[in-house]
Design a protein around this ligand. Structure first.
Ligand code: PLP
Length: 463
C-alpha cells in the first residue's frame, strides 16, 4: 500500500477565506468583466492566479521580521542575506533589489549593447523586456519539446546545444553578452533543466568565451526534479544539487517572491567583481544603497531565512508533490493538461478542453471565467488574450492556449486541491455548455490585465 504523506508543517495562524454563493460569484464576474485579474481578492475562495509573492512565511521568518535592522547603510540583515546567498547559491557578490525585475534591469544595462543577441531557454516576459530595452534581441534556444504540451520529456527546459552553436557561429561570440538560462522554465510550465545539460552548456560556453546568467527564480524546485529524475542523483540533497547547478553559471537574477518564500524581494548575484562594481553604481540610481536595494531590513531577513528553508528536501518533496497531486486527479479524469506536471502550476490545455470554441472566442479566458463561477477558484489565462496583437493589429493565436492553476507555497492544503480538482472535472463533464467570450473593452497594451468580456449567449455553463 502506498503510504500517504501530509504537509511538513502545522498551522499556527489562519486567514479566513470567503466561501461564496453562486449568486455572489455571478455578480462579481459581471463586475470584473469576466476577467480574473479584475476580481477582488475578497471574492475569491481559492486563489491560484500566481505563485509570485503569495507564499506563507514560517514562524522563523516572522521572528526574523522583528529583528529588522532599519539602518540606512550596513544593516545586519544585509549581511545575513549575503551569507545565505553565498552558502546556498555559491555566488560571492550579492546586491538586493526590490524584486526580480530590478535585478534584470541592472544586469541588462551592464552587459547588453545595442545590436547584441541574448539566447535563452524560452523567454520570460520581464526578462526579455529588459533585454530588449537594453538593445538586445532575444533568441529562443530551448529544445523543441518545450513547445509541445504533449511531450513527456523529463527535462523539457533543456537548452538545445545545436541551436545555441548555430547562433554563436552566425553572429559571433562578441555579439552575445551572455546565455540567459532559466531553471525551471516558467513559460514552458515550470519544466526543469538537467545537470547533464547544464554541464554540456557550460563546457560549450567556456570554450567560446560566453557568460551564463541564470534566472534562478525557481532553482530549488529545479534541483528537486534533478534529484528525482536524473540518473545517479537520488541520494544527494537538493541543497547540494543546487550548488552544483549554479556552479556552471557566472551569476544570477532572482525573484525572492517565488522559491525563497517571501512576499517581496529579489537580488542580483555574480562571481565577477567588475560586474558587481558596475551593479553597485546602477543600484543606487534605481533601487537604493547596495546594502538594501529597495528592501527594508526586515524583508532582507525574511528572504535570508526563506532561502535556507527553500532547499529542505522534505519541503520540496511535499511542494512538488502537491502540484502533482492536483495534476494527477485531473489526468485520471481525462482532463487535458500540460505534461509532465511542472514545479509550480498545473496548466489546462484549453484548446483540447473546449475544441468547439474557436481561438478568436478566447477559450482559455472562458474556461478561467467558468471555473470562478463554478467554485470561486481563480486561475490565470495564458493564451490568445495574454499574447495580444501584432503591430498590424491581428491577433497572434498562439499555439499554447492554457489556463494556469498556480499553487502558492505552503498556503493551501491538499483538501483545497481536491476542491479545485472537483470543480475542473465538473466543468469538463459539461464542457460543451461553455461557449466563448467576446471582448468588449480592449486596452492598447498588456490587454490581459484589464480587458473586459461578455459570454456569448449570456451564459457560462452554470449549474
Ligand atoms: C516572476 C519572475 C521573474 C520576475 O520577477 P519579479 O519578482 O516578478 O520582478 C523573472 N523570471 C521568472 C522566471 C519569473 O517567474
Amino acid at each position: 500500500m502506498q503510504r500517504r504523506q501530509a504537509e511538513p508543517y502545522k498551522i499556527k495562524v489562519v486567514e479566513p477565506i470567503a466561501v461564496t454563493t453562486p449568486q455572489h460569484r455571478r455578480t462579481a464576474s459581471v463586475e470584473a468583466g469576466f476577467n480574473t485579474f479584475l476580481l477582488r481578492s475578497q471574492d475569491v475562495y481559492i486563489d491560484l492566479l500566481t505563485d509570485s509573492g503569495t507564499s506563507a512565511m514560517s514562524d522563523n521568518q516572522w521572528a526574523g521580521m522583528m529583528l529588522g535592522d532599519e539602518a540606512y547603510a550596513g544593516s545586519r540583515n544585509f549581511y545575513a542575506l549575503q551569507e545565505a546567498v553565498q552558502d546556498i547559491y555559491g555566488y560571492p557578490h550579492v546586491i538586493p533589489t526590490h524584486q526580480g525585475r530590478g535585478a534584470e534591469h541592472i544586469i541588462s544595462q551592464i552587459l547588453i549593447r545595442q545590436g547584441d543577441y541574448v539566447p535563452g531557454n524560452m523567454y520570460f516576459t520581464t526578462t526579455r523586456a529588459h533585454q530588449e530595452r537594453a538593445g538586445g534581441t532575444f533568441v529562443d534556444v530551448v529544445i523543441p519539446e518545450a513547445h509541445d504540451p504533449r511531450s513527456g520529456h523529463p527535462f523539457k527546459g533543456n537548452v538545445d546545444l545545436g541551436k545555441l552553436r548555430e547562433l554563436v557561429d552566425r553572429v559571433g561570440a562578441d555579439r552575445i553578452p551572455y546565455l540567459s538560462l532559466a531553471v525551471t522554465v516558467n513559460m514552458a510550465g515550470g519544466q526543469p533543466v538537467s545537470l547533464e545539460n547544464m554541464r554540456q552548456v557550460s563546457a560549450f560556453c567556456r570554450e567560446r568565451g560566453l557568460r551564463i546568467i541564470c534566472d534562478a527564480t525557481r532553482c530549488a524546485e529545479n534541483a528537486y526534479f534533478i534529484k528525482e529524475r536524473e540518473p545517479g542523483q537520488a541520494d544527494r540533497s537538493c541543497r547540494d544539487i543546487l550548488k552544483e547547478m549554479l556552479s556552471y553559471t557566472d551569476g544570477c537574477t532572482m525573484s525572492g517572491k517565488k522559491d525563497p518564500l517571501v512576499n517581496i524581494g529579489g537580488f542580483l548575484a555574480t562571481r565577477e567583481f567588475d560586474v558587481y562594481q558596475k551593479a553597485t553604481q546602477l543600484v543606487v540610481l534605481f533601487e537604493g544603497m547596495p546594502s538594501y536595494g529597495g528592501l527594508a531590513g526586515r524583508d532582507m531577513e525574511a528572504m535570508a531565512r526563506g532561502i535556507r528553508e527553500m532547499v529542505d528536501d522534505d519541503y520540496l518533496a511535499w511542494r512538488i508533490g502537491q502540484v502533482r497531486y492536483l495534476g494527477g486527479q485531473l489526468q485520471e479524469a481525462g482532463v487535458p493538461i500540460v505534461e509532465p506536471v511542472g514545479g509550480h502550476a498545473v496548466y489546462l490545455d484549453a484548446r483540447s478542453f473546449l475544441p468547439h470554441v474557436e481561438q478568436a472566442r478566447y477559450p482559455a479566458q472562458a474556461l478561467a471565467a467558468a471555473l470562478y463561477l463554478d467554485s470561486g477558484v481563480r486561475a490565470m489565462e495564458r493564451g490568445n488574450v495574454s499574447a495580444g496583437r501584432r503591430p498590424d493589429g491581428t491577433e497572434y493565436f498562439p499555439r499554447l492556449e492554457m489556463v494556469r492553476l498556480t499553487i502558492p507555497r505552503r498556503v493551501y492544503t491538499d483538501r483545497h486541491m481536491d476542491v479545485v480538482a472537483d470543480s475542473v472535472v465538473a466543468l469538463y463533464r459539461r464542457r460543451e455548455r461553455i461557449q466563448g467570450l467576446t471582448m468588449v473593452y480592449e486596452p492598447p497594451a498588456l490587454r490581459f490585465f484589464t480587458a473586459r468580456f461578455e459570454p456569448i449567449g449570456g451564459m457560462l455553463a452554470e449549474g
